[in-house]
Write a protein that binds this ligand. Sequence first.
Ligand SMILES: [Zn+2]
Length: 403
Amino acid sequence: MMRRMMAVLAVALALACAAGCSKGGDVAVDKAKLAYYADTWEECRARFLKEADDLKRAYKGVEITAIPMAADKGLTIDACMVPAQKGQTGLIIVSSGVHGIEGFAGSAVQRMIMRELVPGMDLATTGVLFIHIINPYGMKNTRRVNEGNVDLNRNFDTDAKLFAIKNAGYPVIRDLLNPDEKLSTWSPGYVFFPVKAIYYIVKYGMGTLRESILRGQYEFPKGVYYGGKEFVPQKAPIEALITKSAAGSARVFVMDLHTGYGERGKMHYFPNPITIPKNLEAAKKVFAGYTVDWGDTGDFYVTTGDFTDWIEKLFPAKTVLRMTAEYGTMDSQTTMGSIRSLKITIMENQAANFGGKSQGDFDEAKANFREMYFPSAPEWRSTIMQQTAAEFPVLFKRFGELK
Ligand SMILES: [Zn+2]
């Protein structure tokens, strides 16, 4: 066991170096693209409404909707629906901020699409719905979850049986995941966190561990990746909005924007496995030539309560192409990268639920968390925009051509 552990440690350290050495400093920064980024939910929202207004002037029938969040005074989910201009047969949904804080990048990307990509799209029979920041509380409060510690991307389904799902692997590693005391960033648990994590990796295997942690859990309300006990309040109004927007469309393509998972500065297409043949066929056509993690690699994990899965379930009679776009930030595909991400995730959850031993502990946890989901590096911010601007028009065009 000890020898195996040392071997894993050596590999992990080598990977850490590889990750640390590839900072992507040779990426040319596109200043015009950086201008899309804003630092608060309020500013992102105001700028989204401005783009929506411009679209309203340019196209027929554009509808701008605000869904107020009752629990969070002043916070709203905003939407802009640009209907097909001559009889709609397909709908593209671009959504952001299901994971709160990830919406800083998501909002910027959405606004870039609205301003730069929509004008080049063929909107004769395809409509586009932008849903801005599905979890505004999380974005406002530097969290991935809502005020009830609920991860919204573990909370969406057509069937409330979701909340009875038991994640058998989770309780086994709770000791690693959810320290239930005030956060001290220099506690032995965190200083030796990588060693502890590697012990668990050796004991259970990386695949099992990743799946147990990330798939979602419904039993520990203060734990990470908690999916809640009931559907979040935004589910019903979002369902009404999507159903209305998709009326008459035989095909729906949902692109849900996230940050975090995967190689830093790289776009990853990362859906839960698509099992409905007509939907898989559509996805394979639209994404032909692009790297998609279809669920056949070791890095893969399946989650429950996924937002895009829910949209697929809402429309069994339609062809639904669902995709999660992840802009990688921490090289979480490497062992050390995933240990680092997990540590930052656990620290933030502990700080939010139990507070910090000092303000410094709390602030450090929050700052690391924000940097993980909304990197400050201009290279990162620029490159994810460039990849989006290069790839989405191709995907949207192919979707429009589906029969
Ligand atoms: Zn996410």
